[in-house]
Ligand binder design. Structure first.
Ligand SMILES: [Ca+2]
Ligand SMILES: [Ca+2]
Length: 299
């Protein structure tokens, strides 16, 4: 999704996600009450750190290269923690570092519990967490629950046959007829949100790029897999998550056409209201139910 759209919902999503794990935040050491960090001093359940902390976004690819290969990396971030501390930063939000074909700047994830080797190793990540903790800087991971990369093993399985156990992990539907998608839903990045897959003769839904198939959040196995992935990073010390595009988690199961508005958009398509693919009541409820990732470990 666009940077602007991502920023526009950052505060709400981050707040909700971190609100789900206040006890986790309390486990972190209290910062020194220096003049630089007065904003961090108070930490109670009613007044959690994330309401006051200065959060610094890091796009790791361009932030700091540590080994001269021209690509920013985790050790580069670690090497700049002292600088961030001096700025009074209370938390860093690192945009996706997961393995990715980079169709959408890393927001097309091919493995949720690994790091792209370009950025470093899990050992490098652990060192980053340890050094950040010494400086009372919390680390917020970026998490992309709405869709995976089409190169994710889950999707490769899902598209392999209509009877594959992971078929229902994504949103597959028959077309209305030859060459006709199931309905008029449009991708955020233009044109139909449905992509025909000749291997099995059905369409899959993608709210964003063709290479970003939407996960089926009505499938409990999907929800479990995503919560497990979040726990993986919480267990490594992450303080919370910035959640990408959570308003798009659910679509109308009855596939109603979206309402058409006058005129055309930048892609030349008719303007459309994303009434049946964005901000459904289930998505709003889901935003408030990320708590399982913290509750089930007693936080
Ligand atoms: Ca590098
Ligand atoms: Ca979705």
């Amino acid at each position: 999704m666009s940077k602007l759209a991502k920023f526009s919902r950052l505060a709400l999503i981050l707040g909700l996600c971190l609100a789900a794990i206040p006890a986790l935040a309390q486990q972190l050491p209290a910062p020194k009450a220096t003049h630089k960090h007065v904003h961090q001093a108070a930490q109670t359940a009613q007044d959690p750190w994330w309401k006051h902390a200065v959060i610094y976004e890091i796009y790791p690819r361009s932030f700091q290269d540590s080994n001269g290969d021209g690509v920013g990396d985790i050790n580069g971030v670690t090497s700049r923690l002292e600088y961030l501390h001096d700025l009074g930063i209370g938390a860093i939000w690192i945009t996706p570092m997961y393995p990715s074909p980079l169709v959408d700047f890393g927001y097309d994830v091919a493995d949720y519990t690994a790091l792209d080797p370009l950025y470093g190793t899990l050992g490098d990540f652990d060192q980053l967490m340890a050094e950040a903790k010494k400086r009372n800087i919390r680390v917020i991971m970026d998490f992309v629950p709405n869709h995976t990369s089409d190169q994710h093993p889950w999707f490769k399985e899902s598209r392999s046959s209509r009877t594959n156990p992971k078929r229902d992990w994504y949103i597959w539907r028959d077309g209305k007829g030859p060459g006709q998608p199931p309905n008029n839903w449009q991708s955020w990045f233009g044109h139909s949100a449905w992509q025909f897959d000749p291997a099995t003769g059905q369409y899959y839904y993608h709210h964003f790029y063709v290479e970003q198939p939407d996960l089926n959040w009505r499938n409990p196995e999907v929800r479990k897999a995503m919560y497990d992935a979040m726990r993986f990073w919480l267990d490594r010390g992450a303080a919370g998550f910035r959640l990408d595009a959570v308003s798009r988690l659910f679509e109308d199961p009855n596939l109603h056409d979206d309402p058409i508005s006058p005129g055309n958009n930048a892609y030349g398509d008719p303007n459309i209201a994303h009434k049946y693919t964005d901000n459904l009541p289930e998505a709003r409820r889901r935003r408030l139910s990320w708590k399982p990732c913290a509750d089930q470990r007693g936080r």
